[in-house]
Each structure stands twice: as C-alpha cells, then as structure tokens.
Write a protein that binds this ligand. Sequence first.
Ligand code: AHM
Ligand code: MG
Length: 340
Amino acid sequence: MSQVTVTEHLLLHQKKTPMATGRFTSLINELILSAKIISREVTKAGLVDVLGFTGDTNVQGEKVRKLDEFANNVLIHRMRRSGVLCAMASEENGDLIHISGDLPRGDYILIFDPLDGSSNIDVNVSIGTIFSIYRRPLKKTGDKPSMQEVLQSCDKQICSGYFIYGSSTMMVYTTGEGVHGFTLDPSVGEFLLSHEDMKIPDQGKIYSVNEAYWNSWDPATKEVLAHFKSTTNNLGQPYSSRYIGSLVADFHRNLLYGGIFMYPARTLDDGSKGGKLRLLCEAAPMAFLVEQAGGLATDGTQRILDYKPTELHQRVPLFIGSRNDVEKVAEIYTKHQEQK
Ligand code: AHM
Ligand code: MG
C-alpha cells in the first residue's frame, strides 16, 4: 500500500483542485478525526454499552440507536469547532445546525448522515458515514446562512464521500477530480491511499434492491427487476442479487465490482408515493461520487445532481451505479411514461 495520506493527496492535487486550501484541508482533517473516533467505537460495539436504542425517535420518525447518537454527537461537536463551517445539516436533526456566535465561522456547509445503515449496527455488518460539502454562495461570513443558501442545486457540491466501517475502515471521496479510496492503517492511525482514481465498470453484474417491497412498486419498476433477472439482458443471464441494507456498503461493493443499487419509489399505505433515501445526505453525495467514477445516478429518469432541493429532508427514489444498467432503467421508465 502507498504511504500517501489524504492530506498529502489533496496537496499533490492542489493545482487541479482549487479548493485544496488550508481551510478546506483542515475541514477534511476534522472529518477524518471524527471518523476515526466513530470507527474506534464501532469496533468496540459489544464490549462497551453502545448497542441498542436510546429510547428517542429522530426527525425521520425512526428509533435512534446509541451508535447513531454517538456518531452524530462526535461530528457536531468536532465540526462545529473546526472554524471553517457556517452551518451543518445532519440526517438526525430536523433543522440546520448553526455555528454559535462565540465560535469562528467559515464559508463551508457540511451535510452528513452520521451512521448510515442503522439497522445493521447491532449485528456487526458494515455501516458508514456519508458527507457532502458545499460552499456558501453569498460570502456573508458575519451572519447565519439562510435555508436558501443551504438548499443549493446538488451539482454545486464541491466534495462528497463516505467512511465505511467494514472489514477495514475506508474513506472514499471526490472533489470533482476522480474518486479516491484510502484505507485506515490502525497501526499508524492514518488513512493511506489504497484505491486511486476508482472507476465503476460500465456494465454491472449485480443488482441491489429490497425486493420485499415488490407489491408496492409500479409496473415500470417491476419491469426493471424482470430485466435484471432475465436471460435477454446485456449479460445474457440473470444478474446476481446482493443487498446489505447499508447504502454505503452496497454502493461500495458495486463501485468496485460493477452493478446497480436501487431504492425505487413505493406506494405507501396512505396512498402517497416516494423514495426513502434522503436527497441531501444520501443520494446527492453518492451521485457525485458515482459520476466521478464514470457511472450514473437518477431517480429513474432525472439526474440526481440536477435536483434543486426544496427541503432539508427531501426524499428521492434512487438508481445508482454502472452506466449501462442505469441507462437501461431510464429507458424502461421513459417507455412506461410515454405509454401513459
Ligand atoms: P439509515 O440512514 O437510517 O440507516 O437509512 C438508510 C438505509 C440505507 O443505508 C439503506 O440502503 C436503506 O436504508 C435500507 O432500507 P430498507 O430497510 O427499507 O431496505
Ligand atoms: Mg442513511
């Protein structure tokens, strides 16, 4: 493995990456330190009292697990004091997290899912932290940014990535100059470059979806699934089905092997229809990564990075992964729309 750390990699690419300023680098370093603390606690799960629920329910209506709360607190506590942010948003908090007046502020906005894949925490299956960084559009460093300033078009992200707490802990990120992966070497406590310029294969062999929702899918979605199972698809044989239930882990595997992750819209009991995954802290950061790796991300037809969010916790359907596979999904959805 190379000896290149994330900071060195950012500096090496400074010419190509104008945001590799001291302030941006210190933001990334604070994020890395937070992730190391979260990783340490995840590794100790079972030995210390971090498994199970806190008894609270979050803004999404989901029961909060102790590790969810721990990861969220670590990120808020550290990043708030980083001096380079003007606001944060977390999957776990209903409102924007402002930087209080007595702390130094910068002009970056950080959006994160502190611990993605919560249902896997207590059973020792890979989970992750997802992050997305925007720059404040109006340089008014004195006051708090408005919601309008935070709800920028998703293609305005300047950096996104994730930490995956798996068989090893990894950081995968992009600043718009390719996707790079680093593995935490526990003996030196540093993330070292292990996967430079990652590219997702154009043609996948894997589809990842929670197929138990079959009865709540529309005919277009059912045809998408039938396509991946058929012998008349691009592969000439059924794809393999792999679903972990942690977006980070499913995405990471598909990035390396090729494949498509799908969380389609479902018709719910109350008749409403929509995706589950959150645009700002899940879909958009992964979409930035996958495009930088040569893949695609859509809601079926519309590119995720073309979304302009209207609310902080907006949800979207998500189809993300290998180019040929996501294009096929769009073809099927478009055909069904035209038939309506
Ligand atoms: P979380 O952020 O609360 O963990 O929820 C998001 C997770 C994703 O990681 C995963 O892809 C999805 O929810 C799984 O949902 P389901 O259990 O409906 O398949
Ligand atoms: Mg999540």
